[in-house]
Ligand binder design. Structure first.
Ligand code: ADP
Length: 301
């Protein structure tokens, strides 16, 4: 098969590993810089231009779209879909996963366990909003945040009120969430491919920190997940319409709750922590499942 790896750089760990894994399995792959793709969207025959050339035919596209380029990246993936090319994750699912609130609403509709979460627009509603999620301590999250930046733990109601007011004053979109203290600063990343969790790791926050992101000094280690956690992760991936994703869970007193579903999950942390060839499993999955015109949306939506 001939793969297009949509990525900003061939030197990123995940991109490099996917290239290697494809080549090891006798496929060919080319790294395409997402932001250098351009297209004539009114043409009868959808095509993609790239640095002055007409892009060749690919059997499958592996989108690695960073949060900062979601809008343009999704348009490029959609164009591939219009050309009938199989994309590992479809553009609508990628866009959906980037909106934290929309994602939680979709997961909730499918009855998937979530931390109690609220959102509001008016500063007048802050006290009631805080009460709704069970009072302090609580977590306040910027909807646009990534890598733990914009996630704040407010220990008291006074602190929560001031932080929410400050964010609202800056016109930032936020949500307010029950603080899952019993998680002990740890979360679980389940790496889902198709309908399987192929690898799972526990990320433990640095001492004195509640955010377990590896970018915030968290440490990763292999973990055995329960059948309930496995099924929650798989159902979350399905609800989001993602074929490959990272589902982040917290172990709460009321079972596993989903915090987030990531549509371009990094491979470095999970491969190092578990010793598994996750890149190879992704390539094997595509080789088995990709076919022309097999996307669910074919660029619609
Ligand atoms: P980001 O998308 O920026 O990584 P997350 O929502 O994943 O933001 O939060 C970052 C980290 O903060 C999580 O990995 C987790 O360790 C911690 N965290 C987030 N929400 C909660 C919560 N409701 N209760 C306890 N810890 C949380």
């Amino acid at each position: 098969m001939h793969f297009a790896l949509l990525s900003r750089s061939a030197s990123l760990y995940s991109t490099r590993r996917l290239l290697e894994a494809a080549e090891e399995r006798g496929h060919t792959a080319r790294v395409i810089d997402t932001l250098r793709c351009y297209m004539n969207i009114a043409s009868h025959k959808p095509t993609i231009h790239y640095k002055g050339e007409d892009l060749e035919h690919f059997d499958a596209v592996i989108p690695r779209i960073g949060a900062s380029i979601t809008f343009y990246g999704a348009a490029v993936v959609r164009q591939f879909e219009m050309m009938g090319v199989y994309t590992l994750n479809e553009s609508v699912a990628i866009t959906r996963s980037r909106d934290k609130l929309r994602s939680l609403q979709l997961l909730s509709r499918k009855g998937i366990g979530l931390p109690v979460t609220g959102f509001a627009h008016s500063p007048d509603d802050i006290p009631d909003l805080i009460r709704m999620v069970g009072g302090a301590p609580l977590v306040i999250k910027l909807l646009e945040g990534t890598q733990g930046i914009g996630v704040v733990l407010a220990e008291t109601e006074k602190a929560a009120e001031s932080v929410i007011q400050a964010f609202m004053g800056l016109k930032a979109n936020i949500m307010v969430q029950e603080y899952i203290k019993e998680a002990g600063g740890a979360d679980i990343r389940c790496f889902v491919i198709g309908d399987k969790v192929v690898a799972a790791m526990k990320r433990q926050a640095a001492p004195g920190e509640f955010r377990s992101n590896l970018h915030r000094g968290g440490q990763a280690e292999l973990i055995k997940i329960t059948p309930e956690e496995r099924s929650t992760a798989i159902r979350a991936a399905k609800a989001m319409g993602l074929r490959v994703c990272g589902v982040d869970l917290l172990r709460s007193n009321h079972g596993a709750v989903v915090m987030e579903v990531n549509s371009s999950p990094g491979l470095e942390g999970i491969e190092r922590a578990t010793g598994k060839d996750v890149a190879g499993l992704i390539i094997d999955y595509i080789a088995k499942n990709a076919a022309p015109n097999k996307n669910r949306t074919q660029g619609r939506g």
